[in-house]
Design a binder for this molecule. Structure first.
Ligand SMILES: *[C@@H]1O[C@H](CO)[C@@H](O)[C@H](O)[C@H]1NC(C)=O
Ligand SMILES: *[C@@H]1O[C@H](CO)[C@@H](O)[C@H](O)[C@H]1NC(C)=O
Ligand SMILES: *[C@@H]1O[C@H](CO)[C@@H](O)[C@H](O)[C@H]1NC(C)=O
Ligand SMILES: *[C@@H]1O[C@H](CO)[C@@H](O)[C@H](O)[C@H]1NC(C)=O
Ligand SMILES: *[C@@H]1O[C@H](CO)[C@@H](O)[C@H](O)[C@H]1NC(C)=O
Ligand SMILES: *[C@@H]1O[C@H](CO)[C@@H](O)[C@H](O)[C@H]1NC(C)=O
Ligand SMILES: *[C@@H]1O[C@H](CO)[C@@H](O)[C@H](O)[C@H]1NC(C)=O
Ligand SMILES: [Zn+2]
Length: 648
């Protein structure tokens, strides 16, 4: 938006439309002082989105976000704008360092390697997939080597989708485990010309090879389909696996993929469908080795191209985009594939000076919310047995928070050690492979690390994997396996939050967002995880309580995403209870509390996991009698007519 329009809006608001604010609580909850200018400016911003010709009791979203599109255009939300700012700061940093070889940041751990990776990425001109294969370690002969040899080499790069899947995964708050599963029958290979041309030994023409791959897949899919639809894994030792499926060199495969010199016979694994795995192995052992190995390479290339934000994966064989958008594409790619180095750079260069005040404020609000939730659980509205109530309270008390998602309590040495484990060369393909090798070797080591102190550092944050889908690190989220809430950098800034916000604006988003994420720990999917991230049978116990079943039924409307709705409703109630205890403060602070809450949803079209912002906001507020009270919404108006559903 143009600057002139802003000014016009601000002026017209300040002259005629600003509601009375003389009772606005201007205290500064957890800081010595809160700069009034920051707050007034933010209030003017919130007011600029308000459409006064809309009745807030009819459609609060249309009221609070009515001017959003006019100001920000199509397609964006505060979250996407914030995300773009973070990317821009990375670009600013890299360009500055490239121009100034004497900048002190060059001496930070991992910084040189980040710059080299960035340069190799922005230097890309046209994709050349064969480069990926040329930068793999020397491969065994494709004609004669057993299929598992190649699969376990590709597994080092985190690739594990076909034939037999061996993958190291997060298991609970302090442990990774090795998961073994049959061929992924949901994902099939789309052999493109581009991939075909990158393959070695092409004595078959494109269509012949495509047909042969298709036939192979039909057999694999048939063998891999589970007989019973359950997603439970069995805990087996290596010895048991070897005894039940002697037709594969398990030890060799594990040693190669995990870069270990030995694996104990009593090492335990999480295994799914071992009998299907055996059938697959028996079948594969009879097939043509060259075909199987070519299929592996093709799947691997296809996987690399599909990794989120791989700049090569966007449009095959057409020229890469303009240099500005390639630069941002490279940054997004690096934020995925080099998570730890990138987060460290951002912390050190941009966030460190803001951290102490943010930590104080955000953790204080978090603690208040926890206390409130523990009290609410104590009232035991669902009439649960005492043991379950206590387990759920323990889960709340043990819940952690990580602002910025950085490793906690580490020194610079931790990052120098990480630097040493990561190689960077000159070619993008090589560097991309190196970044994957770096991440997945760390993960493999973690699975076998006996040092509890060192492990605690790795489990104090969520070391995002290169294949993480989008958006998860753009807004705060609850991570069930670690019982931890992650607050990404893109949230720890305006317009969502500022450590110097006055209470209405501080709680309006922060308490609601934290409340929402905390209540994910109690949604219908994630309630089963305990304080340490282990699966329990809490749902089963809850299903036996008619009051609970009734509450879920009340919220479960087939047109919405249930576990978001439950978090919206109970999270916003929790935030409200925590913040506005007395009705006096409600009267004078309600407006900015609710406008700040709404701001997060403005422009949000929803996605696979979330309903539209308007639906979410209006429903959550219609479930909050204090909202109707504050805006004096008469009974029967849309914002004050919903059946009130009880939940946590
Ligand atoms: C202003 O808010 C603070 C923090 O929430 C609270 O402690 C204080 O009592 C409030 N002051 C008034 C006058 O309501
Ligand atoms: C396979 O890839 C080609 C080229 O990228 C694309 O046009 C086609 O739609 C894809 N087919 C499937 C089934 O995904
Ligand atoms: C798996 O079983 C072994 C003993 O057979 C036991 O020590 C280990 O804790 C179990 N692991 C899991 C994940 O249940
Ligand atoms: C594999 O292990 C060896 C010896 O422990 C180590 O020197 C090497 O760096 C490891 N390779 C990777 C890719 O981690
Ligand atoms: C960091 O260390 C301090 C002091 O040793 C400890 O009190 C604190 O709990 C640690 N924080 C985390 C997140 O591990
Ligand atoms: C993590 O899971 C393993 C295997 O199930 C279990 O032995 C261990 O006790 C769990 N850790 C915690 C802290 O609960
Ligand atoms: C919610 O309702 C849908 C049908 O509308 C049902 O399939 C689902 O099991 C319900 N979820 C819960 C947790 O009750
Ligand atoms: Zn959510």
């Amino acid at each position: 938006m143009e600057r002139g329009l802003w000014l016009l809006l601000l002026l017209s608001i300040s002259i005629e439309a600003m509601p009375p604010t003389h009772h606005l609580n201007q205290s500064c909850p957890y800081q010595n002082q809160c700069n009034p200018a920051i707050n007034w400016q933010h209030i003017r911003r919130l007011e600029s989105y308000v459409r006064r010709d809309v009745d807030p009791c009819v459609d609060f979203y249309a009221y609070a976000c009515g001017n959003w599109r006019r100001i920000h255009g199509e397609g964006g939300t505060a979250t996407t704008i914030s995300e773009a700012q973070i990317n821009q700061r990375f670009e600013d940093l890299f360009l500055r360092l490239l121009q100034d070889p004497r900048a002190p940041e060059h001496g930070y751990p991992m910084q040189q390697k980040l710059l080299s990776h960035y340069q190799s990425c922005t230097a890309l001109t046209s994709p050349n997939l064969r480069q990926y294969l040329q930068h793999l370690p020397p491969l065994p002969s494709l004609d004669t080597s057993h299929w598992m040899q190649l699969v376990s080499i590709l597994g080092r790069y985190g690739y594990h989708d076909h034939y037999v899947q061996i993958e190291v995964r997060h298991h609970n708050i302090s442990q990774h485990m090795i998961f073994i599963q049959p061929h992924n029958h949901i994902l099939s290979l789309n052999l493109t010309r581009e991939i075909y041309e990158a393959l070695p030994q092409r004595h078959l023409c494109f269509h012949q090879l495509k047909d042969m791959f298709n036939r192979l897949e039909v057999h694999l899919n048939r063998l891999a389909k589970p007989n019973i639809a359950d997603d439970s894994f069995h805990n087996l030792t290596l010895e048991e696996i070897r005894r039940r499926v002697p037709e594969l060199d398990w030890l060799g495969a594990l040693k190669r993929q995990l870069n270990r010199s030995s694996v104990n016979a009593d090492h335990s694994f999480q295994v799914d469908e071992l009998s299907a795995i055996r059938q697959l192995i028996l079948y594969l052992n009879r097939q043509d080795r060259l075909l199987l190995n070519l299929y592996s390479l093709a799947r691997f290339l296809s996987h690399l191209l599909k990794l989120p934000h791989n700049p090569l994966g966007r449009q095959s064989s057409s020229p890469l985009e303009s240099s500005k958008s390639l630069s941002i594409a490279c940054i997004r790619h690096m934020r995925r594939t080099l998570y730890l180095p990138m987060i460290y750079a951002y912390e050190r260069v941009y966030y460190a000076q803001q951290r102490p005040s943010d930590e104080r404020v955000i953790h204080s609000v978090f603690t208040e919310l926890k206390d409130q939730l523990v009290q609410t659980l104590d009232q035991n509205n669902f009439n649960l047995n005492r043991g379950l109530v206590e387990a759920l309270q323990t889960k709340v008390l043990g819940m952690r928070l990580n602002v910025g998602n950085v490793p906690r309590n580490v020194t610079e040495d931790f990052f120098w050690a990480a630097d040493r484990n990561w190689n960077v060369g000159h070619d993008f393909h090589e560097n991309h492979l190196n970044s994957l090798l770096y991440y997945y070797s760390l993960t493999a080591e973690l699975e076998d690390n006996p040092d509890a102190t060192e492990k605690a550092l790795w489990y104090s944050f969520n070391n995002h994997s290169p294949d993480l889908t989008d958006n998860i690190d753009a807004t705060p989220y609850f991570y069930c396996l670690g019982n931890i809430i992650i607050i990404p950098y893109s949230y720890a800034q305006l317009p969502f939050y500022h450590s110097e916000f006055w209470p209405a604006m501080l709680y309006g988003d922060l308490a609601n967002t934290l409340g929402h994420e905390m209540m994910h720990a109690f949604d219908t999917d994630l309630v089963d995880y305990d304080v340490q991230g282990n699966m329990r049978d809490y749902s089963e116990q809850l299903q036996q309580q008619p009051l609970y079943v009734e509450a879920v039924k009340c919220l479960n409307d087939s047109s919405v995403v249930l576990n978001e709705r439950t978090s919206d409703v109970s999270g916003s109630r929790l935030a409200f209870r925590t913040y506005m205890k007395d009705s006096q403060s409600r009267q004078s602070n309600g407006r900015y509390y609710f406008l700040q809450f709404s701001h997060f949803f403005c422009g949000d079209e929803g996605d696979r996991y979330h309903d539209m912002g308007s639906t979410r906001l209006n429903y959550a507020l219609s479930q909050m009698p204090q909202f109707a009270e504050y805006f004096q919404c008469a009974r029967g108006t849309p914002m004050n007519s919903a059946t009130q559903c009880q939940f946590w």
